[in-house]
Ligand binder design. Structure first.
Ligand SMILES: Nc1ncnc2c1ncn2[C@@H]1O[C@H](COP(=O)(O)OP(=O)(O)OP(=O)(O)O)[C@@H](O)[C@H]1O
Ligand SMILES: [Mg+2]
Length: 435
């Protein structure tokens, strides 16, 4: 079992907040005057973006556009961090004192303080330095997901489960949003700096490119399902040494293609298929019959692409069903905590699932530079697969539903907005106040 980290010094954790409140008492400023840097940034609204905006903006990549993207990220990150810091401050004292949650708070505060003082980016050199800071933040924050998950589980008796789940959803969604804008800017900078792309051109435009930054313009549902299916089967083969793996059949609108951030889609489809493969293999473990296939139906409508993943793995165990989407409650809390203790860092990507040090083929996986920094064993049940997949699905205004047929199997429905015109679903101030 993992030994828990020593409790962090409360003084260091609360220092910014205490300063904020003591200011309030000492100066009694009028309500319209900001009393601290955090207050001032909390007042600012996040400016959400859509996949379409990300694509159009990055398509014609000029120096002024790159600089403008840098300045958007420079002001947007501290704004979004400020909102989340305020969320954490509003939790009860005993919850924020939890060592895992206080670690997250400190990381966020450090990043907020760092980004809010970065002066306007005016040149490519400034941008290069800015990108170094971004990369460092992305790396440092890889510990956030497991720490949040452990903190929320450890504090499950201190706050109502629904509130805890709402808090976790808000923080995870916001975390995705910060990583999207940071990684998009890093990817655009990388494209801009690629001399082999358009060596003699100042306007580095490639109208036929498959990627604009992190956005994959030609996400083909069938290919994603097949690729994730192979990985799910491969991982199961390595962890269970079973010879009998269910086949994965794809039918329906096999040409459905849409713009999406590939790593988000791969995570969701990968986790759903992993669950299905696990359930079928467990059910047919001692059977002489071959396991029934997992059937994936792709359905394309004018606005959406819907994927239905159907397995015959026996359905969701009855005692787990009510807690399927919860980060904080359910019957397996202790084992989840123990398993999370073995995963110090998590990017929440499909690529980080690794049985050994073996790496997947770079070309086939469109790996990002951060993927190699984290890994998690696929047979550790963290209880994160479904709730995290839903956070990803809803982030781009999609949805994820599960229907369990007791004793028979599960149908999972994933709906994607295929036009890319929906804004990212970042939490609004109203939701923050509700926490
Ligand atoms: N297709 C399925 N068939 C049967 N049971 C399922 C299916 N999908 C999920 N479950 C049940 O729901 C539980 C929660 O699933 P979830 O993916 O959220 O977490 P996990 O699989 O336990 O861990 P992780 O995905 O983090 O490795 C699973 O442990 C399993 O018992
Ligand atoms: Mg799972």
């Amino acid at each position: 079992m993992r030994s828990s980290r020593p409790a962090r010094c409360w003084n260091s954790l609360r220092a910014p907040q205490l300063r904020f409140y003591s200011n309030v008492r000492e100066q009694q400023p009028p309500p319209w005057r900001p009393v601290s840097a955090l207050d001032e940034w909390v007042e600012r609204q996040a400016r959400p973006i859509s996949l379409r905006q990300l694509t159009f903006f990055g398509r014609t990549l000029t120096e002024p556009r790159l600089i403008s993207s840098a300045n958007y990220v420079r002001t947007e990150l501290p704004t979004r961090l400020a909102h989340r810091l305020r969320d954490i401050q509003q939790l009860p004292y005993v919850v924020v004192a939890n060592p895992h949650l206080s670690l997250v708070y400190e990381l966020y505060y450090k990043a907020f303080e760092r980004f809010r003082v970065i002066p306007e980016i005016c040149s490519l050199d400034d941008n290069d330095r800015f990108c170094d800071v971004l990369r460092e933040m992305l790396r440092e924050h890889l510990v956030v997901i497991p720490n949040l998950a452990m903190g929320v589980l450890e504090c499950r008796d201190l706050v109502a489960p629904n509130e805890m789940d709402k808090f976790m959803n808000t923080l995870l969604r916001a975390r995705i949003s910060r990583r999207v804008i940071a990684e998009q800017h890093l990817a655009l900078t990388e494209t801009f700096n690629s001399p082999w792309h358009f060596p003699d051109s100042h306007e580095r435009t490639d109208m036929n490119a498959d990627f604009v930054g992190e956005v994959f313009l030609k996400c083909k549902a069938k290919q994603v399902v097949e690729r994730c299916g192979r990985v799910a089967q491969d991982l199961m083969r390595q962890t269970s040494q079973t010879a009998q793996l269910p086949e994965i059949k794809v039918q329906g609108h096999l040409d459905a293609t849409f713009p999406y951030i590939l790593s988000h889609l791969e995570y969701i489809v990968g986790e759903l298929l992993r669950n299905s493969v696990q359930a079928v293999v467990e059910k047919y473990h001692d059977s002489s019959q071959p396991p029934p296939p997992i059937e994936v139906l792709i359905c394309e409508t004018p606005q959406h692409v819907i994927m239905r993943i159907s397995d015959q793995g026996g359905g969701i165990p009855r005692e787990i069903l009510p807690y399927l989407w919860s980060f904080s409650k359910g019957p397996r809390t202790q084992s989840r905590l123990e398993n999370l203790g073995q995963v110090p860092a998590m990017a929440a990507t499909m690529q980080e699932l690794k049985v050994s040090e073996r790496k997947y083929d770079r070309e086939a996986w469109y790996e990002g530079s951060l993927d190699s920094l984290t890994s998690r064993p696929p047979n550790l049940r963290l209880g994160m697969g479904l709730p995290m997949s839903r956070v990803y699905a809803e982030y781009w205004a999609g949805s994820l539903e599960l229907h369990s047929l007791e004793g028979y199997g599960v149908d999972a429905f994933l709906q994607i907005c295929k036009l890319g015109n929906k804004n990212e679903q970042v939490t609004t101030r109203a939701a923050i106040d509700a926490v």
